[in-house]
Design a protein around this ligand. Structure first.
Ligand code: FES
Length: 699
C-alpha cells in the first residue's frame, strides 16, 4: 500500500500518533487520530477527491485552509470540507461526485433556543495577531473569547519551520515559527480571563451587532461583544491559467500545511509560481522535506521576497525565472508538466520563449488577500471593531504579532481601561516590521589579514531583521539601532571573533559563513549553515559550493559536520577551500541539476477556457464575452454565469474577475462589486434554528 508520509525531517519531530482506520470508497485505509481527512487521503496517495457536476472535472485540495471548498468529500453521508474536518475511526469517506445527495429526513429535527453570550471582547482568529492581542488583554484581566476554526492555535505559525526575521527585542526574531507558536500558546493559556474556542467558526455578523458562531463544530451561539477584533489572516490569490484547477495545483500555504503540519508528501517534483516570500519559503520547505523543486517563475524582473530567501534557494540548486509567467499546468486528471514563458514589459507572454518542465505539482504563490469580510461588514453595521495582522494589512508574521499587541492595547483603551499612552515607538516598530524589502547593496567581502577568523555576511538588502547583532557575544556585528532595516556589518578584525558559530547558526537567512585562516591561510576552513537531514551530508562527501547568488565556485570535500547546543537544528558544515574563493562561499547545492531540466518540447496552452470560478466551473471566455456585451455589475455576471455563486462565496474568483475587467480596459470605478452577504461560511441551515446534532432527524 503506498505511503506518502514524511518519515524524517531536519526540523520537525515525527510524533508517535494513535493509528486508526477509515474507509475511502468502501476500502479500509490507515490514518492517525487528530489529522484531517485530506491529510489521511494524501497519506494514502489520493489526490482527486471528486468530480464537478458541470463538466466532470477532477476536484482536489487547493487552499487547505477552509477557504476554497474544492476539497469537498462525503464523510458519513455529509458533504464536508476535508481540509477542515478530522478523520475518525471507522469514518466512511466517499468522493464528491457531482451534487451530493443529502441524507433523507425521517422526522423534523428538534430545535432549541439559541444561547446568547455577552462578552467584553471577541477575537476571531487564533494566529499570531489574535493570540498577541489576547495576551495583552488577558494580562489586564479583560474577559475575552478567542475563536479559531482550526483544531490547534497558531495560524500560519505552525507551518513555518524557518527562523523568523524581524526584531529580536519586539517579536522573537531568530526563532522558528513553529516554536513561536508554542510559546505564544503557552502564554495565552496562562491568561485566566481568556476563553478559547477551537474548531469554532464565525459564520456571520448581523446588523443587531451579534456575531453568529458555530461553536466547536456543533452548537450555534450568538456572541454579543462590546468590541470585536478580526484577526482572520489572509487567503491566497488564485491565478488564471490553463489547467489551474487540476489536482496538484495548490496554494503555497496549502502545500506548507500538508508538508509541515500534516507531515505528508503531496509531491515528488514541483514548480512554484511567484517569487514573494511565501513562494521562496515554500521552495525551501519542499527541499527540506526531500521534494524536488524544478523551478520558480516570477513575472516581475526581480523577486519581491527577501533577497536572502531567494539567494538561499538559488544556491541550493533551484533556478529562478524572473520576467516569466505560467501559461499552463498540463495533464488530464492531475498535473504532469508546466509550461512557462518569458513576458514583455506589459506582462504578455513572448511567443517562442515557451518552455515546459515535468512536475506533479504547481504551487501558486502570487500574493495574499486579507480575510476581512467580517471587519468590513462589522464596520458597515456600526459595531466597535478592529482588525489586526494580515486581516488589516498583508505583511510578515512578525508584523502580525506586533500589530496584535498594539490592537490589544487599543482595545483596552476602547473599553475605558486606564492603560496609559501606547508608546509612539511601538507604532514606529510596527511600520518597520511591515516594510517591504529596500535597497540592495553590493556585497563587500572583508579582507582576512594575518590568518584569523572572520564572519562573512552575505546579507546585502535592507530588510527588518537583527538577530545577528544579538548573537555575537563580542558585539562585532553592527546594525544601526535606530532602524533594524540597515544592512549588518562586521566591525571587528581577524583576531576579534571568538569562533563561537552563533551568528552562522542563528541567521534566519542562512546568510553568514565563517572563514578560519589560522591553521592554513592558503586553504582556510569555511563553516556553512545547513538545515537538511543528518543523512543527507556526511564527512568526506564532496559538495558543490556556491557564491551568494548561486554561481558554482567548486567541488570540495566536507571535513566536518556538527551542531552546537544553541544551534537549534541548524547544522554546521565545514569545508577547506582555496583562499581565492573561500570568502565567496555562501552555501552548498542540495539538489541535482537534472531535476530542473526543461522538456525537449513545450506543451501548448489555450486561454479562453481557463477556469475563473472554480466552484461553478465558469471560464474566462464566458465572463469576457459578457463584459464585452456591456455587463458592469458583478452581481449580474453572477446571476447569468453563476461565477461567484458557489460554495467558497466568491473568495477565490472575485479578484480574478476584477482582472478580467481591467484586461478589457474597464476602469474599476465603473464596475459594481459583488455584494457581500452576511453569512460568510457555508453551514447547514439547521444550525440557525439550534439543531444541535447534525444526526438528529436524519435517516
Ligand atoms: S482545500 Fe479545503 S477549503 Fe480549500
Amino acid at each position: 500500500m503506498p505511503d506518502f508520509r514524511i518519515k524524517q525531517h531536519p526540523i520537525l519531530p515525527i510524533p508517535e500518533r494513535q493509528k486508526i482506520e477509515f474507509f475511502w470508497e468502501g476500502q479500509a485505509y490507515p490514518a492517525y487520530a487528530g489529522e484531517t481527512i485530506s491529510a489521511a487521503l494524501f497519506a494514502n496517495g489520493f489526490r482527486v477527491f471528486g468530480h464537478h457536476v458541470k463538466d466532470n472535472a477532477p476536484q482536489g485540495i487547493f487552499c487547505a485552509n477552509g477557504q476554497c471548498s474544492q476539497c469537498m468529500v462525503l464523510a458519513n453521508g455529509k458533504p464536508i470540507k476535508s481540509c477542515m474536518e478530522l478523520v475518525s475511526a471507522g469514518m466512511n469517506v466517499l468522493p464528491s461526485e457531482g451534487l451530493p445527495v443529502l441524507p433523507k429526513v425521517k422526522q423534523a429535527p428538534s430545535t432549541k433556543q439559541i444561547q446568547e453570550i455577552k462578552i467584553p471582547v471577541l477575537i476571531i482568529g487564533g494566529g499570531p495577531a489574535g493570540i498577541s492581542a489576547a495576551i495583552e488583554l488577558g494580562k489586564r484581566g479583560v474577559q475575552v473569547i478567542l475563536i479559531d476554526d482550526k483544531h490547534r492555535l497558531g495560524g500560519k505559525l505552525v507551518l513555518q519551520t524557518h527562523r523568523f526575521f524581524g526584531s529580536s527585542k519586539a517579536v522573537y526574531a531568530g526563532r522558528r515559527g513553529i516554536d513561536i507558536a508554542t510559546r505564544l500558546e503557552k502564554e495565552l493559556r496562562a491568561q485566566k480571563s481568556v476563553e478559547l474556542w477551537l474548531q469554532s467558526t464565525a459564520l456571520a455578523v448581523f446588523s443587531d451587532k451579534k456575531v453568529g458562531i458555530l461553536k466547536k463544530g456543533q452548537e450555534y451561539v450568538l456572541v454579543i461583544p462590546e468590541v470585536t477584533l478580526v484577526a482572520t489572516g489572509a487567503r491566497e490569490r488564485f491565478l488564471a491559467f490553463k489547467g489551474n484547477t487540476l489536482p496538484g495545483v495548490y496554494g503555497a500555504g496549502a502545500f506548507q500545511t500538508l508538508v509541515n503540519r500534516d507531515l505528508v508528501r503531496p509531491s515528488e517534483k514541483l514548480f512554484i509560481v511567484g517569487g514573494g516570500n511565501v513562494g521562496l519559503i515554500a521552495g525551501y520547505h519542499a527541499l527540506q522535506a526531500g521534494i524536488g523543486v524544478v523551478g520558480l517563475a516570477e513575472a516581475l524582473p526581480e523577486c519581491g521576497g527577501y533577497k536572502v530567501h531567494k539567494d538561499k534557494l538559488v544556491r541550493m540548486g533551484v533556478p529562478i525565472y524572473t520576467s516569466h509567467t505560467i501559461l499552463s499546468a498540463n495533464g488530464n486528471d492531475k498535473v504532469e508538466s508546466v509550461t512557462i514563458a518569458q513576458v514583455d514589459d506589459k506582462f504578455r507572454a513572448i511567443p517562442g520563449t515557451e518552455k515546459s518542465y515535468e512536475c506533479d505539482s504547481v504551487l501558486i504563490a502570487v500574493g495574499l488577500n486579507p480575510v476581512n469580510e467580517f471587519f468590513l461588514k462589522g464596520e458597515e453595521f456600526g459595531i466597535k471593531i478592529f482588525a489586526a495582522g494580515d486581516a488589516q494589512e498583508i505583511a510578515e508574521a512578525s508584523a502580525a504579532m506586533f500589530s496584535g499587541k498594539i490592537k490589544g492595547m487599543e482595545i483596552c483603551k476602547a473599553l475605558g481601561l486606564d492603560v496609559g499612552e501606547i508608546p509612539n515607538a511601538w507604532y514606529e516598530t510596527e511600520i518597520i516590521l511591515k516594510s517591504r524589502p529596500g535597497e540592495n547593496h553590493a556585497e563587500t567581502l572583508p579582507e582576512i589579514e594575518g590568518g584569523g577568523v572572520v564572519p562573512i555576511i552575505h546579507c546585502t538588502q535592507e530588510i527588518p531583521c537583527d538577530p545577528c547583532t544579538t548573537l555575537c557575544a563580542h558585539g562585532l556585528i553592527f546594525i544601526d539601532k535606530t532602524d533594524i532595516r540597515h544592512v549588518p556589518t562586521f566591525i571587528g578584525n581577524a583576531y576579534a571573533c571568538g569562533y563561537c558559530e552563533r551568528c552562522i547558526s542563528g541567521c534566519p537567512g542562512l546568510a553568514i559563513t565563517l572563514v578560519d585562516s589560522r591553521t592554513n591561510p592558503e586553504m582556510p576552513i569555511v563553516s556553512i549553515p545547513y538545515e537538511f537531514t543528518n543523512e543527507s551530508i556526511q564527512q568526506r562527501d564532496v559538495v558543490i559550493v556556491e557564491d551568494t547568488e548561486g554561481h558554482e565556485l567548486g567541488s570540495l570535500e566536507v571535513i566536518n559536520v556538527h551542531s552546537r547546543a544553541f544551534s537549534d537544528r541548524t547544522r554546521i558544515v565545514q569545508v577547506q577551500a582555496p583562499k581565492a574563493y573561500a570568502r565567496q562561499i555562501a552555501g552548498i547545492r542540495v539538489q541535482e541539476a537534472a531535476i530542473t531540466k526543461p522538456l525537449d518540447h513545450y506543451v501548448e496552452h489555450i486561454t479562453d477556457d481557463t477556469i475563473i470560478c472554480r466552484c461553478e466551473r465558469v471560464t474566462a471566455g464566458e465572463i469576457r464575452e459578457l463584459i464585452r456585451q456591456g455587463y458592469r455589475d458583478m452581481n449580474e455576471l453572477k446571476i447569468v454565469t453563476r461565477a461567484g455563486m458557489g460554495a467558497c462565496g466568491a473568495k477565490t474568483c472575485n479578484m480574478m474577475i476584477h482582472r478580467l475587467f481591467q484586461e478589457q480596459g474597464i476602469p474599476m470605478g465603473q464596475v459594481a462589486d459583488h455584494t457581500k452577504r452576511p453569512i460568510f461560511i457555508e453551514v447547514p441551515l439547521g444550525v440557525f434554528a439550534g439543531v444541535h446534532s447534525q444526526e438528529e432527524g436524519e435517516e
